[in-house]
Design a protein around this ligand. Structure first.
Ligand code: AMP
Length: 151
């Protein structure tokens, strides 16, 4: 395996992001790689279709402002500068793929709950990122079952 140079850490800004980030920073340090951080905001219209008969733009704006400050706080805490922080609207899987490609990333790191059964059938973001990725993907196991990394 050649050394990783540009690592993209995808975070959903939940508490579990800290576990995934710990692995990402350790790897970035070990490889002397640049760490980039992405958070994707799923538009409410995408999440709920046209089912809600009200104007969601002010809610969406609030979500955007909150996510912006959370992402900046989180990424700054990791020592990742603003130009390597990406806050994007869209579907997480597609936008993570797009930024990984356009930014010539050679590793994407996501968290994985290692779900089984129905949740697995329905798919998770980690699965979605893995399928169709143009570079390596590392799924870091998060949640109650511990913090072991697996490829
Ligand atoms: P999930 O399958 O939604 O539980 O998410 C698993 C992992 O996918 C998270 O730990 C993140 O690494 C990544 N992820 C999920 N949602 C997002 C998002 N909106 N933006 C960036 N990464 C995400």
């Amino acid at each position: 395996m050649s050394a990783y140079r540009r690592i993209l850490l995808a975070i959903d800004l939940t508490e579990e992001s800290t576990q995934v980030a710990a692995c990402a920073t350790a790897l970035a340090n070990a490889f002397g790689a640049e760490l980039h951080v992405i958070h994707v905001i799923e538009p409410l219209s995408l999440a709920y279709g046209g089912d809600i008969p009200m104007d969601l733009s002010s809610v969406q704006e609030q979500i955007h402002e909150q996510a912006k400050s959370h992402l900046a706080e989180f990424a700054n805490g990791l020592g990742v500068p603003a130009e390597r922080q990406y806050l994007i609207f869209g579907r997480p899987e597609s936008e993570i793929h797009r930024v990984a490609e356009s930014g010539a990333m050679d590793l994407v790191i996501v968290g994985s709950h290692g779900r089984h059964g129905l949740a697995l059938l329905l798919g998770s973001t980690a699965n979605g990122v893995l399928h169709g990725a143009s570079c390596d993907v590392l799924a870091v196991r998060v949640g109650a079952s511990g913090n072991q990394a697996q490829g």
